[in-house]
Design a protein around this ligand. Structure first.
Ligand SMILES: [Zn+2]
Ligand SMILES: [Zn+2]
Ligand SMILES: [Zn+2]
Length: 757
């Protein structure tokens, strides 16, 4: 019989054709297998029916570990057999299907790691050792189908040794497009901060030594540059903070091994599993009692972001030195995307770093490291990027149209919803300037191409002035796509509903800022999510004044003053704290006048209330990175208990926050910051959960969900869960999508009316 099989999924760049070849030959079948221009694979089988069936069985059961099959279509063909053997055909650029995609970048596999360490192996100590099971993918692909000539490996002509492995069906590198060796593949080199070559036999280990000695290095990786330095010496960290204009923002670190991590952080079995998985995200781990790394890595926080090496180059950095870890933070100027080009790196990082460790392979697409934390056993994404993007999130229902979502403004991603698959881009960042907007546009184009999508509609935020809103309007106009605007918090709740396949949910959305349906600033909302996408705001936190507008977000003492002024002696308190305002007492007087004038914008934001508590307790007076006061407040609360035991004050669907802040203020001399910080968390979590439960029972809904940036907060999540479960309702949190704004693009495409929850 003759059978044509089309396979949709992650089937290119994962050793799929060699696998098909092997089982076809084993079963005595003739025909071919080839990659298609739509990221799918086409197979033609000729032979006996029994052999074909045996093939299909093996095909289903023994697929390569990284392959994901979404759909298999089989078509019986008429006519006589045409083939006398089975071969891997040249790829076709034909695009017929859509919804397949190339895999994410994959951390070095155990076999490659072993070869890296085996004297006598051709790739012994070779920094770019990869195979069909590991190496960069998403970041090296220029276009489809996935073949070497359409990747940034094009300029490296395989030597005879590599070619032999590449063409040997029994070899692990059979048709591995990234195959390379020291003779034919990419090479690493070390330069000064002005780009002058430093002659070194062993540039990578030399770089490791330089790091250990206290230098700052820019290191080129798979998806962009990292800036690296010692984790124990303060001097390079001080310098790095100064030049990067990052006063407080935590730096991620890369540790040499799991054992090394355990010397400074607590690691649960689930955390260990996440750290060592082939996606190798940065995992936020609690510092342990022996934490001896510099306090400048994650100042004021109870946890630190740690990852394990994911390329041979990373492993080799640690070879000749004793350091347990290095700072390894993505290299990007504030509000700009991660740097991916050598020239760009020299220009923008030359003054920051002492040396560069380059390699001569280009990066086709930028991709930052992913960041996650664990709430118990539940993985919570802070950022879903390398190792995950662009692998789709699979949904239970199919969308009626193909929709592109452009996300919000901060921590952005883009998303394409195609039938039952949502392809979320890598982390884009804060889309506030030309560079990030361009990055977003390119990522969108690449994603459309990779998935062979025909977009019908584009979704964006309700905010009229967001860069992404403007871009959505332009794209809609240019391409004749329908435009749909989705309220920010509705998007968060829709994301949660789609992820869990629920038709109805009362969602608690705790966030920093979102443009409300009424044009006001929202951020502490109870939302009814329903099947027909007609979401409703049911309740919210009390509106509180933003004294000085955006300045209140930056300096949280202003929020606290605005809330407390009617109830406490705010004036003398602010004067006592005048040094925490950039303009001292003069500014305090202005703040007081602003409060009196009462002409202030207001917000229902949960983030701002946590910020205010942080300022009252002296945990944080200035926000130097997104979420800083609230993040530090969680760290302060981690060992606290609920000493105040405040009963939630709820009136007319509004949870009061003034009395709670007042109690914190009045007790700050009597109770510890830890206990008061915890009490504030407990009040908000219990109050919001109580409101949500009340609404769920009223509306006969059996699920309560928690989303928004503050859903990354473990204390809020745990208390809320307890409060909801006592009432016999389901409590849902994110597992695959970031609760923060990295999940908004996904929520938008689900909420915009073409998807049935
Ligand atoms: Zn490998
Ligand atoms: Zn070679
Ligand atoms: Zn948000």
């Amino acid at each position: 019989m003759r059978l044509k099989v089309n396979v949709k999924g992650i089937v290119q760049g994962v050793g799929f054709r060699p696998f098909v070849y092997r089982i076809a030959v084993r079963n005595g079948l003739n025909g071919y297998v080839r990659n298609m221009g739509d990221a799918g694979v086409e197979i033609l089988l000729e032979g006996k029916t029994a052999a074909t069936n045996a093939f299909l069985k093996e095909f289903k059961e023994k697929k390569p570990p990284l392959a994901q099959i979404y759909q298999v279509t089989k078509l019986k063909l008429d006519g006589k057999p045409e083939y006398s053997s089975f071969t891997i055909h040249k790829s076709s650029t034909e695009t017929e299907h859509s919804g397949s995609v190339v895999p994410p970048d994959i951390a070095i596999c155990d076999e490659c790691l072993e070869e890296l360490r085996s004297k006598g192996d051709r790739r012994f100590e070779y920094f770019f050792i990869t195979c069909t099971n590991c190496g960069p993918r998403y970041t090296i692909i220029e276009s489809l189908p996935y073949d070497r000539e359409r990747t940034t490996m094009l300029e490296f002509q395989m030597c005879s040794f590599c070619k032999h492995q590449y063409t040997d069906p029994l070899n692990r590198r059979f048709h591995a497009q990234t195959v390379a060796c020291p003779k034919c593949g990419p090479k690493a080199h070390l330069t000064t901060n002005e780009g002058e070559l430093i002659n070194s036999e062993d540039p990578i280990r030399e770089a490791g030594k330089l790091l250990s000695e206290g230098n700052i290095l820019a290191i080129k990786g798979y998806g962009g540059f990292h800036v690296a330095c010692s984790t124990t010496k303060d001097e390079p960290l001080v310098r790095l903070r100064n030049v990067k204009h990052r006063k407080q923002k935590p730096f991620a670190i890369m540790a040499r091994s799991l054992e090394a991590i355990k010397t400074f952080a607590e690691v649960s079995p689930k955390e260990a599993e996440t750290l060592t998985s082939y996606t190798r995200p940065i995992v936020l781990l609690n510092k342990n009692e022996n934490y001896l790394l510099s306090d400048m890595i994650a100042p004021g926080l109870h946890n630190v972001g740690v990852m394990l090496p994911y390329t041979a180059l990373h492993y080799m950095l640690f070879d000749r030195i004793q350091d347990s870890a290095f700072v390894m933070t993505s290299a990007n100027p504030p509000n700009q995307p991660i740097i991916s080009e050598d020239r760009e790196a020299l220009k923008t990082l030359g003054e920051t770093v002492d040396y560069f460790l380059f390699h001569n392979r280009q990066i086709a697409h930028r991709c930052d490291d992913s960041v996650a934390r664990l709430h118990g056993k539940n993985l919570v994404f802070i950022r879903r990027s390398r190792g995950y993007a662009p692998a789709p999130v699979m949904l239970k229902q199919k969308a009626t149209r193909c929709v592109l979502g452009l996300g919000g403004e901060l921590n952005n991603t883009a998303c394409i919803l195609l039938e039952n698959k949502a392809f979320i881009s890598q982390h884009i960042g804060d889309v506030e300037n030309i560079e990030t907007r361009e990055f977003l546009e390119n990522a969108v184009k690449h994603l459309i191409h990779l998935t062979n999508s025909k977009i019908d509609a584009v979704a964006c935020d309700l905010h009229p002035k967001f860069t992404t809103t403007h871009l959505a309007h332009e794209l809609a106009e240019e391409n004749g796509w329908q435009l749909v605007q989705v309220q920010h918090h509705y998007a968060h709740i829709a994301a949660l509903m789609a992820e869990h396949n629920v038709e109805e949910m009362v969602g608690v959305c705790c966030d920093g800022y979102g443009y409300g349906e009424d044009g006001e600033a929202w951020g502490g909302e109870i939302i009814l999510g329903c099947k027909d996408s007609r979401f409703k705001r049911l309740a919210h936190l009390k509106k509180q004044p933003l004294v000085g507008g955006d300045l209140a977000t930056r300096y949280p003492l202003r929020i606290a003053a605005g809330v407390l002024h009617k109830k406490a002696d705010v004036k003398s308190w602010l004067l006592e704290n005048a040094q925490h305002f950039p303009h001292g007492e003069t500014e305090v007087q202005i703040v007081l006048r602003q409060i009196e004038s009462q002409a202030m914008a207001e917000t229902t934001s949960c983030g701002r209330i946590l910020d205010a508590v942080a300022a009252i307790l002296g945990v944080c007076y200035e926000r130097t990175y997104e979420g800083e006061p609230a993040i530090k407040l969680e760290s302060a609360a981690i060992r606290g208990k609920d000493v105040l035991k405040l009963e939630p004050i709820i009136k007319d669907n509004v949870l009061d926050t003034t009395e709670m802040l007042l109690k914190i203020f009045e007790n700050k001399a009597r109770c510890s910051s830890a206990d008061l910080a915890y009490s504030a968390h407990a009040y908000l979590a219990k109050g919001l959960a109580k409101l949500a439960v009340e609404k769920a029972l009223e509306d006969n809904v059996n699920a309560v969900g928690f989303s928004g940036g503050a859903a990354c907060n473990q204390i809020l999540a745990f208390i809320m869960q307890k409060t909801v479960k006592v009432e016999g309702l389901r409590f849902l949190v994110h597992q695959k999508i970031p609760p923060g704004d990295g999940g908004v693009s996904f929520g938008q495409v689900c909420q915009c009316g073409f998807f049935q929850f």
